[in-house]
Write a protein that binds this ligand. Structure first.
Ligand SMILES: Cc1cc2nc3c(=O)[nH]c(=O)nc-3n(C[C@H](O)[C@H](O)[C@H](O)COP(=O)(O)O)c2cc1C
Length: 185
């Protein structure tokens, strides 16, 4: 019952404040991720936790990256970049790290990483940690890739912003399942 409650009610929380997850809460999230479906049990991912001064440093790199994308960026845009990571006290960078395998193609390993990401969100929700999965241009920019030591085959799948919810989430929308299922005979 508890599991179903989380599956049916988890919602992203965009506004987050301190504190971020404790080490024990993060461990639960990681253990949940390690139970995600995973062809050949490759655990084809790694993650990096960013908090405290790391958020400031990441903001500076984002600003540099934005300048590289558009040297004419206005001061408002640059300011927004530097503040971007400060939208939460902790950011977990989830990286797909595919391994060479005769039966498991890279695409499946990326899918397994996404499944791990969803498990992390659910484990966050179960512990009253607010979280939101973000990506955008940031995740593929070479400066960000370099900052997190990404190897060529690796890919940032998510930046999971986490913290204490500072808003009450809206009720989850009710979506009819009819167009998402066909019964084939
Ligand atoms: C692969 C992926 C990338 C996403 N990137 C962003 C993003 O960059 N910015 C954003 O606001 N939401 C992003 N989202 C969506 C949110 O995390 C969230 O799921 C969505 O806003 C719906 O809210 P809900 O989770 O409460 O249903 C992404 C989701 C996925 C699965």
């Amino acid at each position: 019952m508890e599991l179903l409650h989380g599956l049916l009610n988890r919602a992203s929380i965009q506004r987050l404040e301190s504190p971020g997850p404790t080490a024990a809460q993060l461990e639960v999230m990681l253990q949940a991720a390690l139970r995600a479906p995973d062809h050949a049990n490759l655990k084809p991912w790694r993650s990096v936790m960013v908090a405290g001064e790391g958020l400031e440093k990441l903001g500076q790199i984002l600003q540099q990256a934005q300048l590289e994308r558009d040297p004419e960026s206005d001061s408002q845009t640059l300011e927004r970049c530097i503040k971007m990571p400060n939208r939460a006290p902790s950011i977990l960078v989830l990286i797909a790290s595919p391994k060479a395998h005769p039966k498991v193609p890279t695409a499946e390993q990326v899918q397994a990483t996404a499944a791990a990401g969803h498990a992390m969100l659910l484990a966050a929700y179960a512990q009253n940690i607010g979280a939101v999965w973000r990506t955008g241009w940031v995740v593929s920019h070479p400066m960000i890739r370099q900052a997190f030591d990404l190897q060529e085959a690796e890919e940032i799948i998510a930046m999971i912003y986490m913290g204490t919810p500072s808003i009450t989430p809206k009720p989850v929308p009710i979506v009819s399942s009819q167009e998402f299922i066909k019964h084939w005979h």
